[in-house]
Design a protein around this ligand. Structure first.
Ligand SMILES: [Mn+2]
Length: 303
């Protein structure tokens, strides 16, 4: 992304596990740092400032007052902090790269990005790379874990405890999004995808048409509508052979070539202005290979 090379990247760690409601994802920022994320970005030609980690409120053992929205109080508090950090970074003309953390982090990242875009009259697009749709609500979720809800909530669907984070809703428009890599979608999520005519591209489509064709279709639609793209990159989109260290592995994910093509094509839009890496769980990993692959994928996007 040559046009970004004069930009400073803010690395923001977000050691969040409350959305997954299990331990491990809170170690994601450390694992990504150990895998050399900063050095990789510097090799790509950027100046990088590691802002450290945001303090996450509460812990898994805290009482769950709502089993359909587990740990929501602390997730809302922490997401609001994250939104402020991300918005500040953008206001200073920097590129926020958030190291997660489970995918509930997107509630905060996208709130910050969306707030910045609204104030600066930019049309926000979101590319969501994931094995899952993250389109559950408190009513459809089988487990009540909030990391399965951030895309729906950012679109304004679900409980207003989540949709209203950072004081406004909705954060994004369905036609300005692209969801790619999905291969494990709950019924309630599929119903919402259908209802919104949401641009969702399955792994089955990727295998049938090829990654380049599917990505082209997604991006052609997107670049007509937006002038700022946020990428929400869930490492469980990658094949478990390459990235076993994630909360919920699903077979038949992106291989290295597909990841390279996908990331390069997204970069070529010249519109990527923020990124989050999510769901790395080093406890479930083998010698940190998942974080190392995540760093490699970031190099495909950022070089
Ligand atoms: Mn996800």
């Amino acid at each position: 992304m040559a046009q970004l090379k004069n930009k400073i990247i803010d690395l923001i760690g977000y050691p969040m596990n409350l959305g997954a409601n299990r331990y491990g994802a809170e170690l994601g920022p450390a694992a990504l740092r150990i895998a050399g994320i900063k050095n990789c970005l510097e090799q790509c030609g950027y100046k990088v400032i590691d802002k450290g980690d945001i303090t996450v409120h509460g812990k898994i053992e805290d009482e769950n007052t709502n089993p359909k929205l587990k740990n929501y109080q602390n997730i809302v508090l922490s997401s609001t902090n994250l939104a402020e950090w991300v918005e500040n970074s953008l206001r200073e003309s920097r590129f926020p790269l958030v190291l997660g953390g489970d995918h509930s982090m997107a509630l905060g990242t996208i709130a910050g990005v969306s707030s910045f875009c609204k104030k600066n009259k930019k049309r926000l697009g979101v590319i969501w790379i994931d094995a899952h749709a993250d389109m559950n609500t408190d009513e459809t979720s089988p487990w009540g874990n909030i990391h399965g809800m951030p895309l729906a909530a950012s679109l304004g669907y679900g409980n207003n405890i989540l949709t209203g984070i950072y004081g406004f809703s909705n954060k994004i428009e369905p036609e300005n999004c692209g969801l790619i890599g999905i291969r494990d979608v709950d019924d309630g999520e599929q119903a919402l995808i259908n209802k919104l005519n949401f641009p969702a591209y399955t792994m089955e489509q990727v295998r049938k048409k090829g990654i380049a064709e599917v990505t082209k279709e997604m991006l052609n639609r997107l670049i007509k509508n937006v002038d700022f793209i946020h990428v929400s990159f869930d490492i469980d989109s990658i094949d478990p052979e390459l990235a076993p260290g994630v909360g919920t592995t699903v077979p038949n994910g992106f291989n290295e070539d597909e990841t390279n093509i996908l990331m390069k094509m997204i970069a070529e839009t010249g519109l990527v202005n923020s990124l989050e890496i999510t769901e790395v769980n080093p406890i479930l990993d083998i010698k940190n290979i998942s974080s190392e692959f995540a760093v490699k994928a970031v190099s495909f996007l950022m070089r």
